[in-house]
Design a protein around this ligand. Structure first.
Ligand code: GDP
Ligand code: GDP
Length: 438
């Protein structure tokens, strides 16, 4: 993606996170939640006045980082600085300059990047005026006086950013990215949905960009895994929850499950390996299939069971035969196990969900129906043709002599024949509609 990269730099406690959240349009959530959490990889997309850029938040930099962790944090922050097209160097307007600020300034001068000095915490202009001379001695002539917390002059800063990086409209590339599979993680409480999502985020093969929630609070995440993009939808709760231990079932909302399934292409139904497939799981799976969504069954916490995967899989299909066209994968969110296999199953399900099969193959199937399924066309029902009329999921129109001869059994038989003889469409439901021709 050739999008401009803007990086927020500075020592700790100057308000970098507050500014980050302000710019990407998420209020306070992250600064409050991320206490003690390294935020060095935080990244968001900002869409301002038709200009889109990537914004990175970095962790605070310490000059005398003898401590191994602090110095490795510092190195990671510096690596992020290097990626920048533009740096927002944040200082505390009330506190004035500290040795740590000088240290960051020196690094930025050496890097020779474009820098806007952001003088934050400036609700009281008088205080800032007194310190201004000192700030300018840092050597960055372009500055903005703001209050990230109160939103003062943030638009002035945004205008300045746009001046530096130029108008960069929402490129097609990003659009394409947003057209990649939309994934929903669903399942009962405590099966490990949050843990699994966080395991994905922590995977070295994954990079994550937050897509700010525009109309709703929940946030989607653009996850790049081994070169492919996926949008995980409605993840705000999943992100936050890993840090809060709550066991209350009240937080589990069926409405949320339905909503999130509605917006998805691929549904990951997470099941607790120690519990197996419950009635509730079957209901959610049925819901996803009826709504025409691709589906992957995820047996999580597989570190806690001793059964072989093959045995377990057979057991799932025996328990819920209607799931036999859908993959069952095994993960352990705590042991970081099975993430790659999970993405493989998502890819397969999504590819089935988008696939178009050839007319010739469907015509051949129709001509072979009397041999393949004599019962189907033995009675009064005549099937003239089967045509694929859509994808996401694959949709077929079956032209018959009389619709009254069609029942669920007939529909299921034709679906199975398509899967057996034309394409398995593994992981995706198929939608069949019947039309009459006289
Ligand atoms: P970071 O360590 O640089 O990411 O700083 P944070 O964003 O975590 O902010 C550090 C503290 O400064 C928090 O208590 C914020 O609420 C506070 N803060 C951030 N921006 C402002 C501001 O504009 N004005 C005031 N008064 N406080 C702010
Ligand atoms: P959610 O309600 O579905 O989001 O579930 P959580 O992610 O909050 O996990 C519920 C509990 O199960 C937490 O105590 C997790 O630590 C634990 N857990 C999640 N995944 C695994 C796993 O793969 N193995 C084990 N042993 N525990 C897990």
């Amino acid at each position: 993606m050739s999008m401009a990269v803007v990086v927020i730099a500075g020592r700790t406690n100057v308000g970098k996170s507050t500014l980050f959240n302000r710019l990407i349009g998420k209020r306070k959530a992250i600064t409050e939640d991320a206490e003690g959490v390294t935020r060095d990889s935080l990244k968001g997309l900002v869409d301002y006045d038709g200009t889109v850029f990537e914004l990175y938040d970095t962790c605070g930099v310490f000059s005398d980082a003898e401590d191994e962790m602090l110095s490795s944090m510092r190195n990671r922050a510096f690596k992020t600085y290097e990626k920048a097209d533009l740096i927002l160097f944040v200082v505390d307007g009330r506190a004035g300059i500290t040795a740590e600020d000088e240290y960051v300034a020196e690094k930025l001068r050496k890097l020779g990047k474009k820098v806007i000095l952001v003088i934050n915490k400036s609700e009281n202009p008088k205080v800032v005026e007194a310190n201004l001379g000192e700030f300018l001695k840092l050597g960055f002539t372009d500055y903005v006086i703001i209050s990230a917390q109160h939103g003062i002059n943030v638009d002035v800063l945004l205008d300045k950013i746009v001046q530096y990086i130029g108008k960069q409209p929402f490129e097609e590339k990003i659009q394409q990215n947003l057209e990649c599979p939309k994934i929903a993680i669903v399942g009962k409480p405590n099966v490990g949905k949050s843990s699994l999502f966080n395991a994905i985020l922590k995977d070295d093969r994954a990079t994550v960009t937050s897509i700010p929630g525009t109309t709703r609070d929940p946030v989607d995440e653009l996850v790049n895994f081994e070169g492919k993009s996926y949008v995980f939808i409605d993840t705000a709760g999943l992100r936050r929850k890993s840090r809060i231990e709550y066991k209350s079932l009240e937080h589990y909302s069926v409405a949320r499950t339905i909503d999130v399934i509605e917006g998805a292409d691929v549904v990951l139904l997470v099941i607790d390996a120690t519990e197996g497939v419950t009635r509730q799981d079957k209901r959610i799976a049925g819901l996803a299939i009826r709504r025409g969504k691709a589906l992957v069954i995820v047996i999580n916490k597989c570190d806690l069971v001793k059964v072989s995967q093959e045995e377990y899989r057979n057991w799932v299909y025996a328990e819920a035969p209607f799931l036999d066209s859908y993959d069952v994968v095994f993960t352990s969110a705590v042991k970081y196990y099975g993430i790659k296999e999970l993405f493989k199953a998502i890819d397969e399900a999504y590819s089935s969900y988008c696939r178009t099969v050839s007319k010739a193959a469907l015509n051949k199937l129709v001509s072979q129906l009397p041999i393949l399924s004599p019962n189907l066309v033995f009675g009064e029902l005549k099937i003239f043709s089967i045509e694929q009329v859509g994808t996401k999921p694959p949709k077929f129109t079956v032209v018959v002599n009389k619709k009254e001869h069609v029942n669920q059994q007939v529909s299921k038989t034709i679906e199975n024949l398509i899967r057996d003889r034309v394409d398995e469409f593994r992981g995706s439901p198929l939608i069949l509609t019947f039309k009459e021709r006289r």
